[in-house]
Design a protein around this ligand. Structure first.
Ligand SMILES: C[S@@+](CC[C@H](N)C(=O)[O-])C[C@H]1O[C@@H](n2cnc3c(N)ncnc32)[C@H](O)[C@@H]1O
Length: 603
């Protein structure tokens, strides 16, 4: 059979296949979980310490690159996914940038809502380079590797829909034929829409192409019927004379029911439509509904590894299907979560990532030369110190570098920086400065992948008592990407700080957000100029009223939507039992970054 060959497809005469490391997922949040179910899961995990999560099915929203997420799904889901829909990225501009909204200042009369375009982060640009860095050749290799893994995940009677357009669609068809078999090709669906386009040298480009394949000759497919008006088919004066087909009449005229064909006229998501989100590549729910209804049954499992604004998960949820969806972009995950929360009778779901495992993998690959783990750890810390433009410092346990009159501590790849780490670092700092008065240091910068929730208050207080100025900065995920590092584009941003007030009356606890300061990040100056009240930075916030050292259980939330752009700043909970509780407050800002704060209360 004819084969499409691109540069990079073969190495030493063999096809280059995808990375196959299966990393364990970490659950970072549960949403809509009842207190009883939470207790059941905790009991289950105590009884079965090797289990990764509870014994009940949870839909999954995964933040990560499909390169790691798909192989990590294989041990659990190979051959178990009933339907896959993918709408892979194509153009970095519209695939990765998004419009962030600055809401109105609640303390002024006028409505000053504005929007700005958030450019893609380095990590997103890197993903773009992976796909398009060497033009069509690298895109096809990237696509080929994706589809190979997807095929393994698909059930024997499963279906896959690949959404593309004129840019690469015809090449992708040849790749799909190679992987799924020409004989398993079912349809080339033409999705025809009407959006603005003013081409002068060719006809207007107004359709996308969706290739539909089955994994084998067994297939779960339910034909869909729709009304077909006689006037549309035969002209205005046609009088139906034949019988035997389902016919009817409504305000638009006489119709018969006919099977949906492979040309779909479905309107695109317009700015004024209710489902519209600030996500340029958002696909209409009606499109996904047709695919999901035709190619899956209730309870079936649906996968989309390029979630974007989350259309697949939304439609799967509304139609009682199970779903797994992933995206590399922080804002995509946030948009999907918010959109899901707007669904009535939403079933519980979890948010996951590969967090520390992805970083461990990176450390092993990057610093594998030194023989011992300790040396590996040291090379890793030197590397971060260098990226931070600090000078490495040897001979200390907790202090790893020095920069501009400050000491630097680098957190481990696998654990958050805790209050105990900070205390130990401060004690070592005092030993050093006590010994070397000439050192002239006046503070410590802590660089960490993650920080324990209570760091901002407890550790800062301890530091102040010990007369040390401390600052906490996040090691950005971009560090994992060689190209971003080579470009020297790594920035360490300070943690945002959140102030919260609590009021406690009998068993009723009231939490009020009091202030939120975010470091400038990559927000353009003119955007910062438009923010006159701290609450305008906040897009969403959620509370876990009884944090149990497991994962963040989202039990209450308030967030802005297009229909309702206002956000509550106060929340109340009534506790059934008095006692000591840890309350976790998680804020997500308008750029999709989150800040979490833990508060100890006695009610
Ligand atoms: C065309 S959009 C999908 C739009 C989606 N169908 C919707 O209705 O909103 C493609 C998405 O793929 C994501 N993406 C790109 N490369 C990725 C990768 N390697 N792994 C996971 N997601 C990726 C982008 O962040 C983007 O959100």
């Amino acid at each position: 059979m004819t084969e499409l060959v691109w540069e990079g497809k073969y190495k030493d005469g063999k096809k280059v296949t995808p990375v196959r490391i299966a990393l364990p997922f970490q659950t970072i949040e549960t949403i809509n979980e009842s207190a009883q179910q939470r207790q059941k899961t905790l009991d289950f995990l105590i009884a079965e310490p090797d289990a990764k999560y509870g014994n009940e099915w949870r839909n999954r929203l995964i933040w990560g690159d499909k390169k790691y997420v798909l192989p990590s799904l294989l041990p659990e889901f190979a051959g178990k996914v009933n339907l896959i829909y993918i709408d892979p990225p194509f153009n970095v501009g519209s695939d990765f940038s998004f419009k962030a909204t600055i809401s109105d200042n609640p303390e002024t009369e006028e409505d000053e809502t504005t929007q700005f375009v958030k450019q893609p982060s380095i990590i997103e640009q890197k993903a773009y380079r992976d796909t398009w860095g060497k033009g069509l050749d690298s895109y096809l290799q990237w696509f080929y590797e994706t589809v190979l893994l997807l095929k393994e995940l698909l059930a024997d009677d499963g279906s896959i829909y690949v959404h593309l357009d004129w840019h690469a669609g015809h090449y992708a068809k040849a790749v799909m034929d190679e992987i799924f078999g020409y004989e398993n090709f079912r349809n080339e669906i033409v999705w025809h829409y009407r959006t603005g386009n003013l081409a002068k040298n060719q006809f207007q480009r107004k359709h996308d192409t969706i290739f539909f394949y089955s994994k084998s000759d067994k297939i779960n497919f339910t034909p869909i019927e729709q009304k077909e008006y006689y006037a549309d088919v035969y002209g205005p004066n046609f009088k139906p004379s034949f019988e035997g087909r389902k016919q009817g009449k409504d305000e638009k005229g006489t119709f018969r029911m006919s099977m949906v064909d492979d040309v779909w006229d479905i309107s695109a998501v317009f700015t004024l439509s209710n489902e519209h989100l600030p996500y340029d590549t958002q696909k209409p729910e009606a499109l996904l509904a047709r695919i999901i209804k035709a190619s899956s049954s209730e309870g079936d499992l649906i996968l989309d590894c390029f979630s974007g604004s989350g259309t697949t998960a939304i439609v799967a949820e509304k139609n009682n299907r199970r779903w797994i969806t992933c995206d590399l972009g922080r804002f995509a995950i946030h948009t999907t979560r918010k959109r899901l929360l707007g669904i009535d009778n939403l079933k519980p779901f979890i948010v996951q990532n590969l967090g520390k495992y992805e970083r461990q993998q990176w450390m092993i690959a990057e610093f594998d030369k030194p023989e011992t783990r300790l040396q590996q750890e040291r090379s890793y810390k030197h590397f971060i110190i260098e990226l931070y433009h600090a000078k490495p410092l040897d001979g200390y346990i907790w202090l790893h570098g020095a920069k501009a009159g400050r000491m630097v501590h680098v957190g481990n790849v696998e654990a958050p920086i805790t209050v105990d780490d900070i205390k130990a670092t401060i004690l070592e700092f005092w030993k050093l400065t006590g010994k070397e008065k000439a050192a002239q240091v006046n503070g410590i910068d802590f660089l960490g992948w993650d920080f324990a929730f209570d760091v901002n208050e407890t550790a800062k207080q301890f530091a102040a008592e010990n007369k040390v100025n401390v600052s906490f900065k996040k090691i950005p995920r971009e560090v994992l990407e060689k190209k971003a590092v080579e470009q020297g584009d790594i920035k360490f941003y300070e943690l945002a700080s959140l102030s919260v007030k609590t009021k406690n009356e009998k068993n009723k606890l009231t939490i009020t957000l009091a202030n939120f300061i975010i470091p400038p990040d990559d927000v353009p100056n003119e955007v910062q100029g438009k923010i006159s009240h701290w609450s305008q930075w906040i897009d969403y916030w959620a509370i876990d009223w009884n944090y149990r050292d497991d994962t963040f259980h989202n039990e209450w939330q308030s967030y802005r939507t297009k229909q309702n752009p206002k956000i509550e700043l106060t929340a109340t909970n009534k506790y059934e039992q008095s006692g000591k509780y840890t309350v976790l407050v998680k804020v997500i800002d308008i750029l999709g970054n989150d800040t979490t704060k833990a508060i100890q209360v006695t009610v």
